[in-house]
Structure formats: structure tokens, C-alpha cells
Design a protein around this ligand. Sequence first.
Ligand SMILES: [Mn+2]
Length: 278
Amino acid sequence: MVKSGRRTAFESWQAFNIINMRTRKPVIGVPADRRLLGSHWFHCVGEKYLAAIADAADALPLIVPAFGDRLELEALLERCDGVLLTGSPSNVEPHHYDGPASAPGTWHDPQRDATTLPLIPRTVAAGLPLLAICRGFQELNVAYGGTLHQKLHEVPGFLMHKEDENQPLEQQYAPAHDLQLTHGGLLARIAGRERIRVNSLHSQGIDRVGAGLEIEGRAPDGVVEALRVAQAPGFAVAVQWHPEWQVLKDDFSKALFAAFGDAARAHARGLAAANAGR
Ligand SMILES: [Mn+2]
């Protein structure tokens, strides 16, 4: 403790650090897609996801390179208060779920697979809030041993879940089908109702649900579109649709990101309390 009127440099640093931990915005790690732009590889995240984290979760997005096993997951998770997994036009490579080879021309991103698939269970085990969207939703299912339909629109009995790429973006992201939220589920509580409308821009879809995942919502054709990790110590939710799209214009999307941000803030406060008690 401070014995004289002056703090040592260490005490000043410690006091600053505790205040800083108490007041700092939660940091949300967002694994990137790896894309070839010109002749170089870049690690990219769509702006709509970063904007939704900043605007609707009131948190600081941090783009994480898709370095696969070169990424030290523990070092990353120590510095984050939450993880968001984005959508992407690339598909998870089917060997991760013992699926048949994908059709020629299918876009893959093996480095993103090598980053997110190990990151998901570690994030959940560390008690960090996780929000997974579209490809992220499919990654979560695969990480827990589930399987995917690669072309949902070719499986008889399902609705058309794909967007029409010839339409303007506003049309592609317009609400496309109903979603029945699970009675008593987390998403139903966040929404304050059990039936919502969602956009639908996915070619792939859940086939078998992974072990330990709770179904939080289904499309009218029965396709599972929302999951929660049943035993997760924190918030761990995945959705097939795109709540990040114009997030502030949709009450449920706003509430979902706010709940994610609140969970990340609670995680940051827990760290601050642990540090202050040290
Ligand atoms: Mn859909």
C-alpha cells in the first residue's frame, strides 16, 4: 500500500490498470477470412459485422488473422471478452464432418476452418461470450460433431433459403421466412416473442445437430436456424441468418447484439474484479 504521499511507479501502474479494466470497452475478437487480393493474401472481415459490434454491442471489434495453428488461442482469449464468427461465401471443407466432396468450384477457406474450428470449443470453455453467424453457425455445428447439407436447395422438402444474387442487396437481405423460436429458449426471451421474421442467404444448412447443442429456432420447413451450446458457462449462440445487416433497424437484431455486448461487458468486469482482488 501507499505509505507516504507518493505512489511508486508500480502502484501508479496498478491503479491505472484497475481503473482501465473497470471502464474499458469489451474487446470482441473476429476471425478473418483469408482472401487473395491481387497477388497477395489478406485477412478480411466484412464491415457490417464490425459496425454491428461497435454500434449495437457497444464493444470494440478486433480482427483476428486466420493463422490456423500459428495462432496462440490462449494468448488471444486472454485479451478478448467475446468472439464473433462471421458469415462468408466460403464453405467449411466437408472432410471436417465426414461429408462428401464439394461440387467443383466451391469456395473453401482452409485457414479459416483451421482457426475457427479449434477456437470455438476453447472460447466456450473459457466462458467467453460467443455469437456465431451464418458460416459461423455452420462452424459451431461442425465443431460439436454435427453435419451440413451443402446444397439445401437441392434437398427435397426444403424452402428456398438462398438469396437471388441478381437482386439489389436491400432485396437479398429483406426478411425471407418466419422463424419459430424455441419456447422458453434464450432467443425467445431476448426477442420477447416466439415467432420472428429473418433474412435467408444460405446455400448450406444444418443436417445433423452437433452433440451438446440446444435448438433455439427453426424455419417453417424444419431447418434448424438457431443453436445454443447447452452447457456453456456464458452466452454461446449461433444463428443461420444475418442479424448484423442494418442491425439498428431491427429490434430483435439490436437486442441480440446488445445481449452479446452485455455478456462481454460482464466478462470484462469479472476480469477487472479478479485483478483488483489480486
Ligand atoms: Mn433460412
